[in-house]
Design a protein around this ligand. Structure first.
Ligand SMILES: [Zn+2]
Length: 112
């Protein structure tokens, strides 16, 4: 699979339909930018100004990997846009949400 911005936006929209994201008051995907990056040092990142989810082209060939990375960055987006919390660290609030996402969606919490 060749990763595109459309796939990232569709992944965000898909995850927004599922618990716990469907109750997290995340903005519609039209309010975020989606970027396919060429970075090799990170899988993805969330940037707050403007709200951007960036996912590395080089690290993603499988759908499940894309979904996991977008799910991870959506927790950062939630911290930033809804909770007004730090987005730079995987703090206790991040880890709590990640465990909930992992439990409800069947991801390995250590991979989120
Ligand atoms: Zn992170």
């Amino acid at each position: 699979m060749r990763l595109t911005r459309k796939i990232l936006r569709a992944s965000y929209d898909f995850l927004c339909q599922l618990p716990p994201y469907n109750r997290m008051r995340l903005p519609p995907s039209s309010k975020l930018r989606f970027v396919v990056s060429k970075r090799t040092d990170i899988l993805g990142e969330y940037l707050s100004d403007p709200p951007t989810i960036s996912v590395s082209l080089h690290s993603h060939e499988h759908v499940i990997t894309v979904l996991k990375t977008v799910a991870h960055e959506m927790i950062h987006a939630h911290q930033d846009m809804v909770k007004k919390d730090s987005i730079l660290e995987h703090n206790a609030a991040f880890k709590k949400t990640a465990r909930r996402v992992a439990s409800l969606l069947g991801f390995d919490p250590k991979e989120l």
